[in-house]
Design a protein around this ligand. Sequence first.
Ligand SMILES: Cc1cc2nc3c(=O)[nH]c(=O)nc-3n(C[C@H](O)[C@H](O)[C@H](O)COP(=O)(O)OP(=O)(O)OC[C@H]3O[C@@H](n4cnc5c(N)ncnc54)[C@H](O)[C@@H]3O)c2cc1C
Length: 456
Amino acid sequence: MTPEAARKFTAIVSKERYLDRPEELACYAYDAFLVQALPEAVIFVKTTAEVSQVLSIAHANKIPVTARGTGTSVCGAPVPIQGGLVVCFSKMDQIIEVNTRDRYAVVQPGVINNDLQNALAPHGFFYPPDPGSMSIATMGGNIAQNAGGPRCLKYGVTMDYVLGLEVVIADGKITRFGSKNVKDVTGYKMASLFCGSEGTLGLVTQAIVKVVPKPETTRTLMVNFTDLDDTAKAVSDIIGSGILPAAMELMDQFTLNAIEESANLGLDREAQGSLLIEVDGIKEACEKEVALIVDHLKANHAAHIEEASTQEEQTKLWTARRSAYGVFAKLAPDILSEDVTVPVSQVPEMIRQIMAISKKYDLTAGVLAHAGDGNMHPLIPADRNNKAEWARVEKAFDEIFAAAAALGGTLSGEHGIGLAKAKYLDLVMDKDSMEIMAKVKSAIDPLSILNPGKFI
Ligand SMILES: Cc1cc2nc3c(=O)[nH]c(=O)nc-3n(C[C@H](O)[C@H](O)[C@H](O)COP(=O)(O)OP(=O)(O)OC[C@H]3O[C@@H](n4cnc5c(N)ncnc54)[C@H](O)[C@@H]3O)c2cc1C
């Protein structure tokens, strides 16, 4: 970046919103994945006009631009692999409007998901996408990653809730797609195109998202199994029977023990598999759903079924599940936690294959899964400094991705592609489809300045 370009950037934002000292830049070189790269500068934007001016200058000078929310991505998506400028949205954090009558909210990209939930709660409403990182991740990051979470089984992922977007494209033009209407089929669904685009097509500066009423009742079951295969089969039987719980989370023994070690919640360390199941809706409907679910659990030899009887107990069970990622960090110097999705009927087979592949490479794998929608997070703890071990980890994941593709699955259910999985894209996409993506990218960002070096 030339000194002249740097001067122009600092003229847009005040000096304290522009960082270029090495010790400052180091904080923006990484996310929760394993690859790091330093930017040349970081700029904190507060308005759409600032974003537009920043991009005009970057475009004119062909400076790579990588957007950043709070850097919780687990696939390297916000890592500025080609240097340049990181545009950080964490200070653009206003909830502009909450309108429960027309069922939408308007937010700036730096709003933390949980802050939106807190703003909606007094109205008896909520915003369904609930990534495990919801208390730290931004709405802009959620949109760019098309984030999901446990209750996306019933409610759908971020894209299903994005009604409209304001996006600044590479040359600085401010564009708006979609509207505040729940039904809007006017033209191409452009707002959806930006969901999951990982900051490669434009920078989101405002979003209109759909909000929904909180269900009357929520019931939460914790179920233990002595056999992991039974656990997975119970999931596919419940979903196959037509019941749609709000969430159905699977944890294997490895994961349960990791959580228990750290949080001491009284989880059954002997269970080979467990399910955390939540149903929500009208009281009588939940009653019936729970009864049907329990029938399927028993048919699949559930060893212990327990229902949370208070809100505190529900929170405790979810705390256990949501703390999983944090506790894995304690297991080994490095953890490669991945994200594959298979059709629900293939969940038992995918788990068998994950276990067999990790055994083949003399590794220990754990499985954490939003199993009701087939979205699984196989994770392998290891030490990257141990080159031989790490090579085995990489080979194991090569095979895990190939296995998911062979079962009709896909590379990511929610975490995205980023740097982590670009090399696997051709397992699930043909050449022509990839070419179409490349054409879309070059039509909107012809100089390829937006998050260059990523999956596109
Ligand atoms: C403990 C933990 C649990 C997690 N659980 C889940 C989960 O359950 N489900 C799930 O889906 N993910 C999960 N994640 C991954 C991560 O939190 C999500 O991908 C999240 O959406 C990233 O948001 P962020 O604000 O941190 O974005 P960042 O990590 O900063 O950026 C992510 C991507 O979004 C782009 N971006 C950011 N802001 C903008 C913008 N305004 N305009 C355009 N592009 C932008 C960046 O360039 C980058 O490509 C988890 C992560 C952690 C650490």
